[in-house]
Design a protein around this ligand. Structure first.
Ligand code: LP5
Ligand code: MN
Length: 239
């Protein structure tokens, strides 16, 4: 038996093959796993629980089917779907987990994050994040009509595409000092996150402590799945 971790699927009507891959993954792999953790950016955008996009319905009902059949299913918000809330949890059967969350992974305490908060060199993004994670900003956004929210979402996506095209890869990666600080503060030696789309296992030492940072890849290019059991974790590509 194993616990599965995925992130950054960016499900969208424009990439139906990824929705198909996700449904197949749920049926064939996740249905008999110990648990499935989705660590953010399951959806390309999520403009609010009250306007679930028809393109997402098939994935959500498959998640619900597995959850109803007993799969422990956990979902964390990402920087694209940070407005997923109670209604999403209800219709998908998922349990929402905070970013960060600590779990006991077959005896190894493990920190789970989306990963965006570790990119502290990306100062402009961190400012943007503070703005959109403010409950007042969110309440204001959610009070706007659907068309206006969709227009704002497209506008921010365009700004983001323009900005990221001009940022260095280094700036958009995690800051190692931030990673070490987070792990030391929580006294945890293992971290699993996504967001950067750079699947890898990083082993490093801090003082005399051996630490591990496992990075999940995306799904539109990498079909990345982390499979963990009592013997350890393995990154797989299921394309
Ligand atoms: O997402 P991605 O991969 O392109 O880049 C991310 C960071 N960008 C974001 C922004 C999202 O893509 C925007 C879409 C979210 C949809 C949510 C829907 C509901 C809310 C809608 C309104 C938000 O997360 C990007 C990082 C990159 O990851 C790597 O880590 O660099 O960060 C940015 O691009 C942010 C810019 O640097 C700063 C943006 C300043 C915006 C200022 C607002 C201007 C006023 C606009 C008026 C509408
Ligand atoms: Mn992300």
């Amino acid at each position: 038996m194993s616990t599965l971790f995925i992130s950054d699927l960016h499900l969208s009507g424009e990439r139906e093959n990824i929705t198909e891959l996700f449904i197949k993954f749920l049926d064939q792999r996740a249905s008999h796993a110990d648990a499935l953790y989705i660590l953010g950016d399951l959806f390309e955008v999520w403009p609010g629980d009250d306007m679930i996009q028809p393109d997402y319905e098939q994935s959500i009902s498959k998640m619900k089917q597995l959850a109803d059949n007993g799969l422990p299913l956990f979902v964390m918000q990402g920087n694209r779907d940070f407005l997923m809330a109670e209604k999403f949890a209800e219709v998908s059967g998922a349990t929402m987990i905070e970013d960060p969350t600590v779990i006991d992974l077959y005896g190894s305490p493990t920190l789970l994050m989306h990963g965006d908060t570790l990119c502290t060199d990306d100062v402009d993004y961190q400012k943007f994040r503070i703005m959109v994670r403010n409950p007042r900003w969110q309440a204001d956004f959610l009070s706007k009509p659907a068309e206006e929210r969709l227009a704002m979402t497209s506008k921010y996506r365009k700004i983001s595409k323009d900005k990221t095209a001009n940022k260095s890869m280094d700036i958009m990666d995690v800051n190692q000092q931030t990673v070490e600080q987070v792990l030391l503060e929580k006294n945890i030696h293992q971290l699993i996150h996504g967001h950067t789309h750079r699947p890898a296992v990083h082993d490093f030492t801090v003082g005399n402590k051996e630490m591990k940072r496992i990075v999940l890849g995306d799904w539109f290019e990498q079909g990345s799945v982390l499979v963990c059991n009592k013997d350890g974790c393995q990154l797989e590509s299921i394309k």
